[in-house]
Design a protein around this ligand. Structure first.
Ligand SMILES: *[C@@H]1O[C@H](CO)[C@@H](O)[C@H](O)[C@H]1NC(C)=O
Ligand SMILES: *[C@@H]1O[C@H](CO)[C@@H](O)[C@H](O)[C@H]1NC(C)=O
Ligand SMILES: *[C@@H]1O[C@H](CO)[C@@H](O)[C@H](O)[C@H]1NC(C)=O
Ligand SMILES: *[C@@H]1O[C@H](CO)[C@@H](O)[C@H](O)[C@H]1NC(C)=O
Ligand SMILES: *[C@@H]1O[C@H](CO)[C@@H](O)[C@H](O)[C@H]1NC(C)=O
Ligand SMILES: *[C@@H]1O[C@H](CO)[C@@H](O)[C@H](O)[C@H]1NC(C)=O
Ligand SMILES: *[C@@H]1O[C@H](CO)[C@@H](O)[C@H](O)[C@H]1NC(C)=O
Length: 577
């Protein structure tokens, strides 16, 4: 998999369409017309959005104004764009946006950066809609373009949430949501990679990369600086990571277990093979009200449910209560070897709606070790809690795709990159088991437990494992001990440039090989990732043979990876109803 840096090109967001190809002009006209229509429809809401946000900004912020805020916007733009990965294009796009007022506050600059990003999203979507038309009849192309549009919808939804979060000082939420918006934009770009068969697709991809992703990255960088340094834009700078020796100041001090799925939840509907409200899990999910503030509790009785389950964006606070791991089993076998199936779509259960909870359920993908990517469970559910659940698969078992997720006392089984994605996921007291890959076991294999995919240093994402056990299944350990030298298991490898994963006070059994971590492709990401270990035990925890691009977490910074600081768990995880 090739990496890319989401850095913008020198072109401005308003002039990214190359017009030197005469064949493209009719299509471009079409796009421009589509864009104009979309603009007129959205301009009103955008205006309202930013007027409201700037009107309410005085209510909350104890932080100081920028020293430069009373003069022309040039200085504050200059200062704020120091937080961008590409300050010069950040400056030109913000200036051209005309959305930074004279005397702007730091928040107003961020809002202007968000405006640029939203604006690019609207343009990008119009382009993808043209691509979709062009793919008329081409199944792969149509699937890719539709996936792309759907991902842009998630991105837009998250960016819109910031309008409310920022004025209320909910900066950690804002960072989490904008981090996810960037994940979806990147994936939207990636979705087109395998169907880049015309110049229109090529131009669309170039726009998504150089304008959309770049402008979102600018806003995200600013948000991180704002969180860390406050209103004083003079101190803003590029997002730093642990590899630069930077840890964010902890905002919470607690370090206790904050809870899990509350007990005593009132069941709304039941699922079983006979004499229940529904026979399938999906039917019960379909019955959940949309955009509901209340939990919708689905009791899934013991049994094997062979189905694909999707919980869409609009179905929030859905709860799955099973009868226990191995008893309530949701199973499927979709995998990327099948026509039209992507890794994302291969999930047996896929959750988008926020506030998802599950307890006592096994999520399974039985495609087998030869099938490559085959996801058992995928989550984009912010503030989700999964406890006492089991995830069974081989490659890519658990796709913790985006946003803040808490896994407690779960069993997770697989072999290649079997916990992956670009979420901020916290694994507490989990049992993580490597399973045999079966193909010529005598030849051995390399397995990576994790493949975290952070693409931007300002994304507040990463995987934290606390008090977990990393071991093999009995069958795997038998294979392992028959020839320990050829069966190599690593804690993780960098799927993307800023991959971040830490293991804290875990038991790393003998199967973890002394180097500990595996490169993805040559030197890729080795200077930018952060792989940390702290007070682990077990035969695989000896760090003397570790690769020199992994780290020991300094004791004074381990608090940064608490459930409170890393995913703000103190604000949403509780055992209380
Ligand atoms: C994305 O954009 C950046 C900046 O324009 C460029 O350097 C990079 O090559 C682009 N990536 C791809 C895959 O086009
Ligand atoms: C705001 O500025 C004043 C005076 O420069 C300073 O005393 C104060 O600590 C600052 N407050 C914050 C939150 O930065
Ligand atoms: C920030 O600036 C605004 C207007 O420029 C002013 O009303 C407000 O009092 C200032 N706040 C602080 C904390 O200096
Ligand atoms: C898309 O294809 C065009 C033409 O083959 C190529 O120039 C461009 O680099 C490709 N874009 C990406 C992002 O792969
Ligand atoms: C569509 O994608 C599949 C793989 O998912 C590939 O085997 C097939 O050749 C593609 N079809 C076309 C027309 O590109
Ligand atoms: C790891 O698995 C082996 C059996 O394969 C077992 O003997 C050992 O106790 C397990 N380790 C932990 C920490 O559970
Ligand atoms: C890290 O190790 C590699 C190979 O083991 C070596 O080439 C490289 O120079 C080392 N880097 C540092 C900073 O020690």
């Amino acid at each position: 998999m090739q990496h890319r840096k989401p850095i913008k090109s020198p072109s401005s967001p308003h002039s990214t369409q190359p017009t030197n190809n005469p064949k493209q002009i009719p299509t471009l006209k079409f796009i421009l017309i589509a864009m104009a229509t979309l603009f007129s429809l959205t301009i009103l809401s955008l205006l309202l959005f930013f007027t409201l946000s700037s009107a309410s900004r005085h209510h909350q912020n104890p932080r100081n104004n920028s020293s430069s805020s009373s003069s022309s916007p040039t200085i504050i733009i200059q200062e704020a764009c120091k937080a961008s990965r590409d300050p010069s294009t950040c400056k030109s796009s913000l200036t051209q946006s005309n959305h930074v007022p004279v005397g702007a506050t730091a928040q107003q600059v961020i809002q202007a950066a968000l405006w640029v990003s939203s604006n690019n999203l609207i343009k990008g979507r119009a382009m993808v809609q043209e691509v979709l038309k062009q793919f008329n009849g081409n199944k792969n192309g149509t699937t890719a373009a539709n996936n792309c549009i759907e991902l842009l919808r998630y991105s837009e939804y998250r960016i819109n949430l910031l309008a409310d979060a920022l004025p209320r000082g909910k900066i950690k939420d804002a960072r989490a949501w904008l981090s996810s918006a960037l994940v979806y934009q990147y994936d939207s770009w990636s979705a087109l990679k395998y169907v880049n068969t015309s110049s229109l697709v090529g131009q669309t991809m170039a726009f998504l990369n150089s304008s959309l992703i770049a402008s979102t990255s600018d806003a995200l960088g600013m948000l991180m600086s704002y969180d860390v340094y406050g209103d004083k834009t003079g101190s803003w700078g590029p997002a730093k990571t642990e590899r630069d020796g930077f840890w964010e100041p902890p905002s919470a001090s607690g370090s206790g277990s904050p809870g899990g799925v509350p007990s005593g939840l009132k069941v709304d509907v039941t699922v079983c093979k006979s004499n229940c409200d529904y026979k399938t899990v999906q039917e019960a999910v379909n019955a959940a009200p949309e955009n509901n503030g209340n939990r919708f509790v689905i009791k899934i009785n013991a049994g094997v449910y062979e189905e694909t389950v999707r919980i869409p964006l609009e179905k929030k606070n859905v709860v799955f209560l099973g009868d226990g791991m191995g008893k309530t089993v949701i199973t499927g076998s979709l995998n990327v070897g099948q026509p039209g199936v992507t890794t994302y779509n291969s999930a047996t259960v896929g959750v988008i709606g926020d506030g998802f909870m599950a307890s006592g359920v096994t999520f399974q993908n039985t495609a087998g070790p030869d099938a490559h990517q085959a996801v058992a469970f995928r989550s984009d559910s912010d503030l989700s809690i999964v406890e006492n659940c089991e995830f069974l698969g081989n490659q890519d078992t658990l796709y913790a795709h985006s946003l803040r997720q808490y896994y407690k006392s779960c069993h997770i089984q697989g072999n290649v990159d079997f916990i992956f994605g670009n979420s901020a996921a916290f694994f507490q007291d989990c049992l993580i088991l490597v399973a045999p890959r079966q193909q010529k076991p005598e030849k051995g294999e390399n397995n990576a437990v994790t493949a975290h995919g952070r693409i931007d240093p300002a994304q507040s994402t990463g995987f934290v494992f606390q008090n977990c056990v990393i071991n093999g299944t009995d069958a795997y350990m038998a294979l392992y001990y028959s020839k320990p030298k050829v069966h190599k298991n690593y804690l993780g490898r960098p799927w993307k440039q800023y991959s971040r994963t830490v293991f804290i006070r875990c038991t790393l059994e003998a199967l973890i090989t002394p180097p500990g971590w595996l490169p993805w492709d040559g030197e890729f990401a080795l200077k930018t990732l952060y792989y940390g270990e702290f007070e682990n035990n077990g035969a695989g925890s000896d760090t003397s043979g570790r690769v020199n691009w992994s780290s020991q977490i300094p004791a004074e910074h381990v608090q940064s990876y608490s459930v409170e600081n890393f995913i703000q768990g103190d604000q949403w995880i509780s055992s209380i109803l």
